[in-house]
Design a protein around this ligand. Structure first.
Ligand code: FES
Length: 69
């Protein structure tokens, strides 16, 4: 959102809805590991390693992402 990328959000960034889910195409190494909130959802919903909650992810550099279709 800070970079004018429109990301859906039903829970307002609380990490509970999953609507902000994106796939990281390039730059996964610039993202810290999942926090506890994201890790729990990733296990519950079977996220791929490249599948991240944008509301819980703060990259250190630019990323290339793809929103789910
Ligand atoms: Fe709901 Fe990210 S906005 S989980």
């Amino acid at each position: 959102q800070q970079n004018s990328v429109e990301i859906d959000s039903s829970c307002g960034g609380m990490g509970t809805c999953g609507t902000c889910r994106v796939f990281v195409i390039e730059g996964l190494n610039y993202l810290p590991q999942r926090n506890e909130i994201e890790a729990e959802m990733a296990v519950d919903r079977g996220f791929d390693v490249t599948e991240r909650l944008s509301c819980q992810s703060y990259p250190e550099r630019n990323l290339t992402i793809q929103k789910p279709k």
